[in-house]
Design a binder for this molecule. Structure first.
Ligand SMILES: O=C(O)c1ccc[n+]([C@@H]2O[C@H](COP(=O)([O-])O)[C@@H](O)[C@H]2O)c1
Ligand SMILES: Cc1cc2nc[nH]c2cc1C
Length: 360
């Protein structure tokens, strides 16, 4: 296989079509409700039209939730309210329909795809298609060792690219991207702090199930230690993902970039996706143009990362379950924006003023 050149993504990723965006704005000017009166839904509708390259914008008919799953060795330090290596339990609950994302997906009629990249369990206990891209069993403990070897990082990144291609080829017209990852918010904190040049305390949040002060301090120390390991490799994003990322995180980064290449819009969920998006932005600066921030999850690292990418969360309801639930909650808003942009009637054409009879 040819070696992976991340620089290629800069050329492969185009901006959403500016001409189409102007056409969408012009159409909006002609609609019976004055432009701007739909607030952010006006922006959303025009953005989606530009992403699709179509005016009027097409409905989002074939969305999907794609969740990348993995365990993180750093959870052994007791930085999560969940036991290390227990992400598979969440994955089973997602697949069985018992997690918040499962309920919302049922209600909205959206399929959920789970991609196991590094769960700490026997892959034979999961459906075959879930684990076909797995690169290892649990990622390394990033405070003292690399999360992945260089080969594993590349394989995980390529898996994400492959999943994005599969989705685009299957006709998925929008992806809600989420993660199922015990220890994942610690890893995300490290990536965000490293790329934003901030301190551990700035990005250390309360994680999945709110953690107490002692656990918070351990998490902060783990992020500080991993940050030391991150700094020497900040210039090489694949090395960064190997040093302080994880297989799920590397895959999400490749996935986000390839979705931008394939012009598939993505709604981001929480801090883990935001951290991957930040790594992806370093690789290809135009990539964030293809993403929406679904919601504010309350994690400080997420806010920091989104701010860097000038992405403003659509919703803010304090959802911190991860698993794409907050991103999925924003999907109906995007669908509403598309429907309004496409279906509000245009005003009848004004006659040319020179032909108009004089006022009586
Ligand atoms: O999305 C967020 O910002 C977010 C905030 C807190 C927790 N989570 C979810 O909780 C899990 C990781 O939590 P933790 O505390 O083990 O790092 C993982 O599945 C995340 O998706 C997600
Ligand atoms: C207006 C707008 C600008 C964006 N830039 C990146 N994602 C975006 C999403 C929207 C809606």
């Amino acid at each position: 296989m040819s070696s992976l050149n991340l620089d290629d993504f800069t050329d492969l990723i185009e901006r959403p079509d500016g001409g189409v965006r102007r056409d969408a704005e012009a159409r909006r000017e002609r609609q019976i409700v004055p432009p701007g009166t739909l607030g952010r839904l006006d922006d959303l509708g025009e953005w989606l039209a530009a992403a699709q390259g179509a005016v009027p914008v097409r409905p989002v008919d074939r969305p999907r939730v794609v969740l990348f799953a993995g365990d993180h060795g750093v959870a052994e330090l007791g930085v999560s309210a969940r036991p290390a290596g227990s992400a598979v339990e969440l994955v089973r609950e997602v697949l069985e329909g018992g997690r918040p994302v499962s309920v919302l997906a049922r209600r909205l009629g959206v399929p959920v795809r789970v991609v196991d990249m590094a769960l700490d369990c026997d892959p034979r206990t999961l459906p075959e298609d879930v684990s076909k891209y797995r690169v290892r069993r649990g990622s390394g403990r990033i405070d003292i060792e690399d999360a992945l070897t260089a080969e594993e990082a590349e394989a995980a990144f390529r898996a994400g690219v492959a999943v994005a291609d599969e989705e685009a080829d299957a006709g998925t017209d929008l992806v809600v991207l989420g993660d199922v990852s015990v220890g994942g918010t610690t890893v995300a904190g490290v990536l965000v702090a490293a790329l934003c040049g901030t301190d551990a305390s700035v990005v250390t949040g309360r994680g999945g199930l709110a953690i107490d002060d002692l656990v918070w301090m351990r998490k902060c120390a783990a992020i500080r230690d991993a940050l030391r390991r991150a700094r020497p490799v900040l210039g090489d994003q694949l090395q960064l993902l190997a040093a302080v990322g994880g297989a799920d995180v590397a895959a999400m980064t490749g996935f986000l970039l390839q979705c931008a290449v394939r012009k598939t819009p993505v709604i981001l969920d929480g801090v883990v996706g935001a951290a991957c998006a930040l790594v992806a932005q370093r690789i290809a600066f135009r990539a964030p143009d293809w993403w929406l921030a679904g919601h504010n999850s309350g994690e400080p690292g997420q806010a920091k990362a989104l701010d860097r990418m000038a992405l403003e969360p659509l919703l803010d309801h304090g959802l911190s379950t991860g698993e794409g639930a907050g991103g999925l909650l924003a999907l109906p808003l995007v669908q509403a924006a598309a429907a309004l942009a496409a279906e509000l009637p245009e005003r009848p054409e004004k006659k040319n003023p020179t032909e108009e009879p004089d006022a009586e």
